[in-house]
Design a protein. Structure first.
Length: 482
């Protein structure tokens, strides 16, 4: 079905079915519906951003318009094809206009629209429009076909209504953002972007939902959740230190039963991935907990084997190859339906050994780093500030350690790495990905700026634009060592 068919079909269908819905005939911009190729108007609708957006707004707000209908999809494809042509041809391939070679123009336009039509399965075209024919037996003459295909594949993966809203509400060209792929696959968890929020710094998301749109996150890693409720450590449990903070919360949480009944249903209203951080003091705790998690509507489990502020269990599990392999293998037997990510501690001599233990035991991915073990002393009382004496050090001060650990882990295993530790902006996230992280997690930075995760996503996008990167996956592990 050629592109001009869509143009004529859309115009005819609008005039036949929707003209009575227009409140003010004089306000509607008819040129938005179909360009007039017969009066030397060769420019795209997107030649004038204000005009196209005004027309789209008017159509959506004043007409009985169903974006999911064949007409709606046809109209969207019509606008999208014009947008592609304006950005890929009229700005660069002026031969169309200079030579008035309409046959070549129709050929390329039809090819573009044909691919879009097939992607969206638009079939209901009026009979009287089918008399229009195109030249579809070859690839486009001037279009950069490989980039066009990537763009169409990307557009086809998202909701048409979201796309048309992006076009008509903002009044800005959107091709640069759309052609960039931020989607990553973290051990089977497909995320819209590589930015997650780290366990223990985001709760279960309720408080932060008042500040940011949780739908924009690649994923949420919940607060550490145990088999039974945990009261945590006695206060003081937090201390500010240069470059970050110490915490000794002690994995206080209401337990998995409460989480499943109250927190998970609330989280599931958002279009983001939910990964549960699982903690325990014995292997039996982990196994029983993960049996339950295996039945819940979650996207993955992060096994917390690196808890420097918990006196029993976790630290011993996470500091050796054997310890990590033992608990991971037992959990893997019961966690059969969810991806398993093992969270590792940096408080070891060689972090690649626990990483290999996780991989050998069947983990789908690893995450790190957790906090560094630290202490702060009140010189007046000569006692530690924290009631538990020591705590986990987090914040921007640990980033260089985290980047080093991620680089080492990524080089030692063949499973994805979720990088974290001191990330404060998009550049920090890019640094982790260059070191080998497939995705990143923001922790203590959430306490400084509740909008930091969204700003980090924007920072990644800006980096991609600046360096002409189409796919964020192309930078993973590409650091060039001296």
């Amino acid at each position: 079905m050629p592109g001009l068919t869509i143009h004529i079909a859309v115009a005819n269908e609008y005039m036949r079915n929707y003209k009575d819905d227009i409140k003010d005939k004089n306000e509607f911009i008819e040129g938005v519906i179909a360009p007039d190729f017969f009066k030397d108007k060769y420019e795209s609708h997107y030649h004038n951003y204000g005009e196209i957006c005004a027309g789209l707004n008017y159509l959506l707000e004043n007409c009985n318009f169903d974006i999911k209908s064949d007409y709606g999809k046809g109209y969207f494809l019509h606008v999208l094809t014009d947008y592609i042509f304006y950005n890929y041809n009229f700005k660069k391939e002026v031969q169309y206009i200079r030579s008035h070679n309409l046959k070549t123009f129709y050929h390329d336009y039809d090819c573009t629209n044909k691919f879009l039509i097939e992607k969206y399965n638009v079939t209901n075209i009026p009979e009287k429009a089918k008399k229009w024919t195109g030249y579809l037996d070859e690839e486009p003459v001037y279009l950069k076909f490989d980039r066009l295909t990537k763009f169409i594949d990307f557009v086809a993966s998202i909701k048409i209504s979201d796309q048309i809203n992006n076009i008509n509400r903002t009044g800005e060209p959107i091709l640069e953002e759309e052609i960039m792929n931020l989607e990553v696959n973290l051990c089977g968890i497909k995320m819209k972007n590589p930015v997650t929020v780290a366990s223990g710094t985001f709760g279960y998301g309720r408080e932060y939902s008042e500040y940011i749109d949780l739908n924009k996150l690649g994923g949420i890693i919940t607060k550490g959740t145990s088999l039974k409720p945990r009261p945590g450590n006695k206060p003081p449990r937090i201390a500010e230190v240069p470059g970050g903070m110490l915490n000794s919360i002690g994995l206080q949480n209401p337990g998995v039963e409460y989480f499943a009944q109250f927190d998970l249903p609330w989280l599931r209203q958002f279009d983001t991935k939910i990964i549960v951080n699982a903690c325990g003091s014995t292997i039996e705790d982990y196994v029983e907990l993960c049996k339950i998690l295996n039945t819940l509507d979650i996207d993955g489990v992060e096994l917390n084997l690196s808890c420097p502020n918990v006196k029993a269990g976790c630290l011993a599990f996470g500091t050796s190859y054997e310890g990590v392999k033992d608990v991971t293998s037992q959990v893997r037997k019961v966690l059969t339906d969810k991806p398993l990510i093992v969270k590792l501690t940096p408080n070891v001599t060689d972090i690649t050994l626990p990483a290999k233990g996780a991989e050998d035991a069947g983990a789908d991915g690893i995450s790190g780093i957790n906090t560094l073990l630290g202490m702060k002393i009140d010189i007046a009382t000569r006692k530690p500030i924290l009631a538990n004496n020591t705590g986990g050090y987090s914040g921007p001060g640990i980033k260089s350690v985290g980047v080093r650990c991620v680089y080492q882990m990524a080089g030692a295993v063949n499973i994805p790495v979720l990088g974290m530790g001191g990330i404060m902006n998009g550049d920090d996230a890019i640094e982790y990905m260059l070191a080998g992280a497939t995705a990143v997690s923001i922790g203590a930075g959430n306490f400084i700026d509740p909008e930091i995760s969204i700003k980090t996503i924007e920072g990644i996008e800006n980096y991609m634009k600046k360096h002409d990167i189409e796919d964020i996956n192309s930078i993973i592990g590409t650091v060039q060592m001296n």
